[in-house]
Design a protein around this ligand. Sequence first.
Ligand SMILES: Cc1cc2nc3c(=O)[nH]c(=O)nc-3n(C[C@H](O)[C@H](O)[C@H](O)COP(=O)(O)OP(=O)(O)OC[C@H]3O[C@@H](n4cnc5c(N)ncnc54)[C@H](O)[C@@H]3O)c2cc1C
Length: 659
Amino acid sequence: MAKVLDSKIPAGPVPEKWKEYKAHQRLVNPKNKLKLDVIVVGTGLAGASAAASLGEMGFNVINLCIQDSPRRAHSIAAQGGINAAKCYQNDGDSIYRLFYDTVKGGDYRAREANVYRLAEVSNNIIDQCVAQGVPFAREYGGMLANRSFGGAQVSRTFYAKGQTGQQLLLGAYSSLSCQVNAGKVKLYTRYEMEDVVIVDGHARGIIAKNLTTGKLERFSANAVVIATGGYGNTYFLSTNAMGCNCTAAVQCYRKGAYFANPSYVQIHPTCIPVHGDKQSKLTLMSESLRNDGRIWVPKNIEDAKKLQKGEINPWDIAEENRDYYLERRYPAFGNLVPRDVASRAAKERCDKGFGVNNTGLAVYLDFSESINRLGIDVIMQRYGNLFEMYEEITDVFPGEFAKEINGVKYYKPMMIFPAVHYTMGGIWVDYELQTTIPGLFAIGECNFSDHGANRLGASALMQGLADGYFVLPYTIQNYLADQSLWAKVGTDRPEFDEAEKAVNAEIDRLMNIKGKRSVDSIHKELGHIMWEYVGMGRTAEGLKTGLKKMHELEKEFDTNLFVPGTKEGLNVELDKAIHLRDFFTMGQLVAFDALSRNESCGGHFREEYQTEEGEAKRDDENYFYVGCWEYKGKGNEPELVKEPLEYEAIKVQTRNYKN
Ligand SMILES: Cc1cc2nc3c(=O)[nH]c(=O)nc-3n(C[C@H](O)[C@H](O)[C@H](O)COP(=O)(O)OP(=O)(O)OC[C@H]3O[C@@H](n4cnc5c(N)ncnc54)[C@H](O)[C@@H]3O)c2cc1C
């Protein structure tokens, strides 16, 4: 019999579902809250906001992160902003419009009810953060300022220069610190979750490695929440922080949590191009730059060739010889089309030979028009830190005057190219953000919930904080309401012994391979396979080749890995080896999912399925579902379980950003 996933979505029209849910949900009796412990793994925006909120509500929270401070979570890197449907610009925005844009941006592969709820709570997030003192940019008159992000024709993105993630995280961190001070949250920094412990079918604790001493420690609780971020680093080169990993999520998957839509990987169009084979990190240039920057390549292939050889400069090319290809192809949205569309359009131009840089793998992001219109001071106020970051890395200052042609002043442009950035796929969760393992919840980037096949810019922070501040703290109570009747399990139970033993055995296995290859050298090779065969353009044949190559490389990892040092004490190489083991599982999962989905949608582009104009061609008749994968053991193919999608408020149609 086919497995059925219960997404626990209340009946009724979309706008009413959340109210209906709240009206009938069970809340934990305040006296019982004091007896209930919750483990929150992760202190990014999702984890920190959830831990702070749960602590404030009275639960006892154990909160862990791998960094030496919660403030160093990857969320700190977020640059451009956070969406909300406040309609401060009086430009016709509304909760429905944010909901609609998000579902459309996700190429109609998101769960409708979840997205509506997200849009509904978006405004509360801004109020919450302002109350915490987050210094959002403001207009001269004092109102919060907004800018636009891709896939929207309104201005709904709230921002703090190019450091929005940092400021939001400081806000969440201050709330978290308050709860630490109040004794409601116990914070464990430099701890990594290695396994989830299941007792009688419920998540009852975790095994974590103290990264400083190397010792394994046991934590038990009434529920476990993972908020451990995405799996973009499977590709080795990505815009993610170096520490981002998918170990906790993959271990939950191995223990029975379904993994949903792994093939939906976001390739961001505006990153600094790869400059050599010694690089281990790529840098994002925020999407906000597309508010004022125009993307172009030369119109004539001869000019492109000369640029590639370094014989001419971009500012030698006059206006009429520039191809602002996004404005040409998508007049309604122009440079602000969603990321998947912009990335594919850049690839198309580069594949046809019009790319720039010595590799031919770059396009220009040019601010000449906006500097001429607004002046460099205004542009610096908006994007100063991003211009400086670009200069630090490339030695080119994008606002520097270069040349005047026919009375038009040209400034040095940025060079950009698409790079892996975000993962829409993640641990499957129901409407309550609970995974297929009772008592195990997943929030933020590590779940799959809201973005469908493509996330719109400034929506990850919105989702992470919605989950952490406004959704999980309520929905988890529906589960915990029962748990107050159960005694908390002790960490001396055999399930904890067994889990710790298994983690230890894995660590010993990795330490004892004693081969010749470093973790990074193998990870880099995995990244090449992922980019080449499971990257921006996928084919059935390429995916099969990619899977075969991953298999072979995994064997190399299992037999020829070298981890220096010992397992006692700090051993960063060992930690990286554990992460790489899980990137292998993840990479194969991405490929399996991509192979099973014979259509193109959002970030998943199968070259066999495209329109004549090169746009993604969906197949709603056969693939209108969430693809969930059940682990079947190392080396075995996972099993696909489908959650059919049901839309009642939005008409499913072909995405159109042209008019
Ligand atoms: C360069 C860049 C810019 C971005 N800009 C924006 C933007 O402007 N707007 C927007 O909406 N989104 C943006 N994003 C996306 C957004 O930043 C992320 O999706 C979001 O911050 C993820 O938050 P999170 O809390 O889910 O996970 P993270 O911030 O990744 O936090 C994960 C947490 O889990 C912990 N952790 C991980 N594994 C373990 C483990 N095994 N054991 C214990 N702890 C663990 C880590 O220590 C960390 O605390 C950007 C992303 C990048 C890379």
